[in-house]
Write a protein that binds this ligand. Structure first.
Ligand SMILES: NC(=O)C1=CN([C@@H]2O[C@H](COP(=O)(O)OP(=O)(O)OC[C@H]3O[C@@H](n4cnc5c(N)ncnc54)[C@H](O)[C@@H]3O)[C@@H](O)[C@H]2O)C=CC1
Ligand SMILES: CC(=O)N[C@@H]1[C@@H](OP(=O)(O)OP(=O)(O)OC[C@H]2O[C@@H](n3ccc(=O)[nH]c3=O)[C@H](O)[C@@H]2O)O[C@H](C(=O)O)[C@@H](O)[C@@H]1O
Length: 456
């Protein structure tokens, strides 16, 4: 591989800020849109491409297309659209103008709950296929998506090699996985440490210049192979920790494991994990799979294999815990895997619902972020309003801590749960409510929360 040219490295940041070069972003969801918005907010011209035309239209209308993202961003995007700094398109051909030197890839890398490289190869093939050989400078392609270790070498590099484009001369490849936490404005693109690595030192330098426009805390890796693996491993550590929390609460059923782990977390080098109904989203539950998929020696990582299996089993145990208490109907609050995001990928609600239904328990699901049609199609459960829809249910399970569940006045909740025998709270959000006698309130990790089936 040849190196990225030094004059591009020297000019990159100045040219971006002066509007002489633009950034193209592939995939304008959480990651891609937030990249565009942040660069645009610094005065850099961005052009995002997405296969979802609706999303493209919303962005060009000046809307923030993701619920609650304005809170994390901390600024409006409409003025940036008006100033020509933030633009989206459904036409991939427009991403190959001369002044576009930098491509950020923020497309999905999972499908149906497993790692997937379809969109990545499509996008790289499109970039390579449309490459203008008369360009003066190479293009830099930075992958922001989470990758299975080895994906850059196995998917991206061969596509470039087959195209006869020259690394360094025509195209430079880098990996800079994103980490942001979209519900905490202080954990963002500018402030969080960002690990990044290129095909060679010059590419890493070039990435530093470009990413440095929006990030104050860049951490260079040796190369893209190392940067790629960091993301999966950091999340796999979290996956193992959470799953251990769940195992501990099963191993010590008569103790409040949430409380024990809170106390454990007071040690300076131990994070605090809480036992739960299982992990959701496309980051944590998939992370161990990514690490396992990327190695030639998966048997060396038996701890990750077991984490995947144990975590997968958790919703089944939760359903059993509820059914074993004799409830014949359960209202689930939250189709999302976490509060105030509209993401139901690998949400434990899916498996808990089907496991309850398999035990002939009648299930209702509420989620203010999803419409009724989606809820019934995806879960087969009855969509219910909140809080009035809780009336008549014998059990309530809170999976996601949407603000609406936390901020609804207590009496509006207690008035409608008169027939409820048990409330199981994944996030401890109703612990201060005084429930009527006859309604047992427990939180995940609390004493005996998994019920007699596990106690025995
Ligand atoms: N959302 C998060 O909190 C984080 C996500 N990530 C990773 O970032 C990547 C993207 O995730 P999100 O932005 O959350 O997903 P998303 O689903 O919000 O956005 C992805 C976008 O890509 C579009 N897309 C799909 N195929 C495409 C194609 N061939 N060409 C152009 N656009 C295409 C989709 O229509 C969608 O709008 C994933 O690898 C994810 O694991 C990493 C860190 C955090
Ligand atoms: C705390 C934090 O910053 N997490 C980010 C994480 O976001 P994610 O949305 O996956 O949230 P998370 O808090 O790790 O939770 C994932 C899942 O695990 C569950 N969970 C979490 C912590 C815990 O102690 N017990 C537990 O069961 C949650 O309920 C959720 O279902 O994953 C993102 C990612 O890795 O891409 C990344 O932006 C961050 O690492």
């Amino acid at each position: 591989m040849q190196s990225a040219p030094h004059d591009l490295v020297d000019d990159a940041r100045r040219d971006l800020l002066a509007g002489k070069r633009r950034i193209a972003v592939w995939g304008t969801g959480f990651i891609g849109f937030s990249s565009m918005a942040n660069f645009a907010n610094e005065g850099v011209k961005t052009l995002g491409y997405d296969i979802d035309e609706n999303l493209v239209e919303q962005i060009n209308d000046g809307q923030i297309p993701i619920d609650n993202l304005e809170y994390w961003l901390g600024f409006e995007t409409e003025p940036l659209v008006k100033d020509g700094l933030l633009e989206a398109t459904s036409d991939a051909n427009s991403l190959f103008d001369d002044d576009i030197s930098f491509h950020l890839l923020a497309i999905p890398t999972e499908k149906d709950g497993v790692p997937w490289d379809g969109a990545l190869s499509d996008v790289v093939e499109t970039i390579v296929g449309n490459y203008d050989r008369n360009r003066e400078d190479p293009v830099l392609v930075v992958i922001e998506s989470t990758l299975t270790p080895g994906m850059t070498d196995n998917i991206v590099v061969p596509i470039v090699e087959e195209s006869a484009l020259e690394f360094g001369e025509d195209i430079c490849i880098g990996v800079a996985p994103r980490r942001d936490w979209f519900i905490s404005p202080d954990k963002n693109l500018r402030t969080l440490p960002r690990v990044f690595g290129g095909q060679d030192d010059a590419t890493t330098d070039l990435m530093e210049e470009v990413l440095g426009v929006v990030c104050n805390n860049l951490v260079p890796a040796k190369d893209y192979k190392h940067a790629e693996l960091v993301k999966s491993i950091e999340n796999a550590y979290r996956h193992v920790g959470i799953t251990l929390a769940n195992q501990l609460s099963r191993a010590y059923p008569h103790l409040d494991m949430r409380e024990v782990l809170r106390l454990v977390g007071t040690k300076w080098n131990i994070p605090t994990y809480f036992p739960s109904v299982g992990t959701g989203g496309y980051c944590i539950p998939l992370s161990s799979k990514y690490v396992l998929d990327g190695t030639d020696s998966p048997k060396e990582l038996s701890i990750l294999t077991e984490t995947v299996e144990t975590d997968y089993e958790q919703p089944n145990l939760v359903a059993e815990a509820l059914a074993s208490r004799g409830v014949e109907s359960v209202a689930i609050l939250g189709l999302s895997y976490k509060g105030d995001v509209k993401v139901d990928v690998l949400s434990p609600t899916h498996n808990i619902t089907s496991e309850l239904q398999r035990r002939d328990v009648d299930v209702g699901v509420n989620d203010p972020y999803f419409d009724d049609e989606y809820i019934s199609e995806e879960t087969g459960a009855e969509p219910i309003p909140f809080p009035e829809g809780l009336e008549g249910y014998e059990g309530v399970l809170i999976v996601a801590d949407h603000r609406k569940y936390g901020y609804t006045p207590d009496d509006r909740i207690t008035n409608v749960i008169r027939d409820c025998d048990i409330i199981l709270d994944n996030l401890n959000i109703w612990s201060e409510i005084e429930f009527p006698t006859g309604t047992e309130y427990i939180y995940t990790g609390g004493e005996g929360w998994l019920g007699p089936a596990i106690d025995e």
